[in-house]
Design a protein around this ligand. Structure first.
Ligand SMILES: [Zn+2]
Length: 356
């Protein structure tokens, strides 16, 4: 009997690349390709989300390209409305098509994602997580006034969203009855070591009477994050903000015929309890260049105020609530260096029949 020494293993275990038969070479190429795929899938070359504090995240785009950061805003999906399951499926197909068409770096969801019509428990929130996660890119969420109305509350929705692979939602503490305000900031940067190119401030515009706007405690939070960012970065970082309920200045913008606007308005601006202070804080701090809201399903306009801030609605994305025009989204391009923000309303195109 011949002993097999460790370095004299039978042929299949010690094949060299040069003397391997062609089929084995193909196999090895296959294994190498698979390992490369796994490496890529494990995070290399992929956008990453890092949480740096309860109310602060980094989205690391991990690419050196200077092309603008692109965000797709979707709003007011109102998923779960009684007997509207077909429309809800169409909403998801249309958003997926928009993502295929425009390949945005991230998605902004500005509230009323869930109808709040009745108690759905965790299942509807879990469905929303599954859908948005399947789009494979960060989705930033702010609550609308309806999401928690059905009895499955905002804190419970937050708990479900916390299990998301790509979802971003969190809060900071306040000393009033809400205890939590779901405001947070996101730094958008091209690598872990780079400074943020843009910041997104997500504000919670509340749902109950007495809280249906951005309040002073939230503006205090905003100022502290903006000041800290300025200190850390040695200057102002360009920023946008997202929230559900519009600012009262949206109505002033629409009413002022001398200011150019794009998009449409088919209803009055429902600014609820907004007292004008959030806008004035944005003007004072000078970092926020554009705000994106939802809430009014029949407004999708945008324009620049005399102070140079763009006030923009999303464009209705929920089939269950559409009245005015085909559902779609807002495409937002944030330039990597100087230059204006580019905004457009987008609707999905289908090569065959659009989904019913
Ligand atoms: Zn709303």
């Amino acid at each position: 009997m011949t002993a097999v020494h460790q370095n004299e293993l039978p042929a299949p275990h010690r094949l060299s690349w040069d003397n391997a038969p062609m089929r084995t070479k193909n196999c090895q190429r296959c294994v190498i390709s698979c390992l490369l795929c796994l490496w890529v899938a494990s995070g290399f070359g992929e956008t990453q989300i890092r949480k740096t504090a309860d109310d602060h995240f980094q989205v690391i785009l991990d690419r050196s390209s200077a092309k603008p950061v692109t965000a797709l805003q979707v709003t007011d999906l109102h998923l779960g409305k009684k007997d509207f399951w077909r429309q809800d499926l169409t909403t998801c197909k249309r958003i997926r098509r928009l993502v295929e068409m425009h390949n945005p770096d991230l998605i902004l969801v500005t509230g009323d994602l869930l109808t709040g019509e009745k108690y759905f428990g965790s299942l509807l929130a879990a469905f929303a997580v599954e859908f948005f996660d399947s789009l494979n890119r960060p989705w930033l969420y702010t609550f609308g006034n309806h999401d928690g109305e059905g009895g499955f509350g905002r804190d419970q929705i937050h708990e479900v969203f916390s299990a998301s692979r790509w979802g971003v939602l969190d809060f900071h503490q306040v000393t009033n009855q809400w205890i939590r305000k779901y405001d947070y900031a996101v730094d958008l940067q091209r690598s872990a070591a780079a400074q943020p190119e843009w910041q997104v401030y997500a504000f919670d515009t509340g749902s109950a009477k007495g809280f249906k706007s951005i309040k002073e405690d939230q503006l205090t939070w905003f100022k502290s994050v903006a000041d800290e960012t300025q200190r850390a970065c040695g200057g102002t970082v360009r920023a946008i903000s997202m929230f559900h309920i519009p600012l009262r200045q949206c109505q002033e913008l629409w009413d002022d015929a001398s200011l150019p606007k794009k998009g449409e308005s088919q209803e009055k601006v429902s600014f609820e309890e907004d007292d004008g202070n959030p806008y004035r804080a944005f003007v004072r701090l000078k970092n926020i260049e554009a705000t994106f809201c939802g809430h009014d399903h029949d407004n999708n306009f945008w324009g620049k105020t005399r102070d140079g801030i763009i006030l923009s609605y999303g464009s209705i994305s929920g089939e269950a609530t559409k009245f005015a025009w085909p559902t779609g989204g807002k495409l937002i391009q944030l330039p990597s260096k100087a230059g204006p923000i580019h905004i457009e309303n987008v609707t999905p195109q289908f090569s065959h029949h659009p989904p019913q």
